[in-house]
Design a protein around this ligand. Structure first.
Ligand SMILES: *Cc1c(COP(=O)(O)O)cnc(C)c1O
Length: 357
């Protein structure tokens, strides 16, 4: 039986994406070849890539003047590739530190230019998102993480800032409408809301191509990817196909507006139980609560291992919290049905009843 998968990433994808991509491994569209054995320059793959880019632009309502790129190496590689391509050595980038990922992004950027953490919630184990930070008006860009996968906080507003904004949307891309015009660069690893692991989507304002003046390795140069439509070398063909299938599914269901509605409903259901149930409490400040990664803690530390054991009989998978937070993390990405949240809520209630006996 399929488990209720709350894993943080790689994570659940729509069931039809699993089925269609499995079929494509055996015989892609009845052409007598597996998707895994055709050229990335074949007309079949060119059509896959084209449709993936077109759907991305349509679903996120991307204005003209932006380039959609597919790169390998994960979001972690973008922590370095962004400053390498954008930041000149004498320039400064500003960072808002809201979890381990933003810490890593800042550490990598230091290798290529100057950095400044202008706000951080590290002092409170990242349980909130800093609000009133002062931006250096002469900084090259401001780096944000829209959803903090580990600690379960989020920025929900696409705000205007006086300098260009770079945003890591790895764990909430396509979960809500985004005003892309507010950003110069958006990046997201695929393996949470978009497809299987192996690709990172970069949405980049074209005027930023070639911004940093350092000589660049070709495989690390956005301009090379832009010129070759992400086909300078062999991309992970299968991964891109899973992205396309996920985006088709998303479009069919009503796009990012519908996802936002569903994600809000799922999150409301679970937070309501966390707040009601005397055995548990939430980690994140209420106003900054993520809809994608919902962290909660057992009030009695002895209940932690016991509850993780208890949910096994409910067929629940992937609920253990990250080691620096402890407790539980229910990742409720787009593909997670509300029925899974209902099962988790039921398990929490049954655990409460059992414990009070
Ligand atoms: C998962 C995640 C990452 C890391 O992605 P990799 O693909 O493993 O490099 C970075 N940032 C955020 C916000 C994430 O959720």
């Amino acid at each position: 039986m399929k488990k209720y998968n709350f894993g943080a990433g790689p994570s659940i994808l729509p069931q039809e994406v699993f089925e269609q991509s499995a079929q494509a491994c055996l015989d892609y569209n009845g052409i007598g070849l597996s998707l895994l054995e055709i050229s990335h320059r074949s007309k079949e793959f060119e059509a896959i890539l084209e449709e993936t880019i077109t759907l991305t632009k349509a679903l996120l309502n991307i204005p003209t003047g932006y380039q959609v790129l597919f790169l390998q190496g994960g979001a972690n590689m973008q922590f370095a590739m962004i400053p390498y391509n954008i930041l000149n050595e004498e320039e400064t980038a500003n960072f808002v530190e809201t979890d381990l990922w933003s810490t890593r992004a800042e550490e990598e950027a230091r290798l290529y230019g100057k950095t400044k953490i202008i706000a951080s919630s590290k002092d409170a184990n990242f349980n909130y998102v800093p609000k009133d930070f002062i931006i250096d008006s002469d900084a090259a860009y401001l780096h944000l993480t829209s959803n903090n996968t580990i600690y379960g906080t989020a920025f929900f507003e696409d705000q205007s800032y006086p300098i260009p904004v770079v945003c890591d949307m790895s764990s909430d891309i396509f979960s809500r409408p985004v005003d892309v015009s507010k950003y110069h660069l958006i990046y997201a690893g695929a393996q949470k809301n978009l497809g299987c692991a192996g690709i990172t989507m970069v949405i980049l304002k074209k005027e930023w191509l070639g911004r940093s003046k350092r000589p660049k390795s070709k495989m690390w140069d956005y301009s090379i990817y832009a010129k070759n439509n992400s086909l300078y070398n062999t991309p992970p063909v299968f991964t891109i196909y899973t992205c396309l299938l996920t985006l088709r599914w998303l479009k069919k269901l009503g796009g990012v507006e519908e996802m936002k509605k569903r994600n809000k409903a799922k999150a409301a259901l679970l937070y309501q139980e966390i707040d009601r149930n005397p055995l548990f409490r939430g980690h994140a400040a209420v106003e900054d609560r993520s809809r994608m990664n919902i962290n909660f803690i057992a009030n009695d530390p002895e209940h932690e291992a016991a509850f993780l054991e208890f949910v096994n009989s409910y067929n629940i998978h992937g609920l253990k919290g990250y080691r620096t937070v402890g407790g539980f993390r229910a990742s409720c990405y787009n593909a997670l049905p509300i029925e899974s949240v209902e099962v988790l809520v039921k398990a929490m209630q049954d655990f409460e009843n059992k414990s009070s006996k």
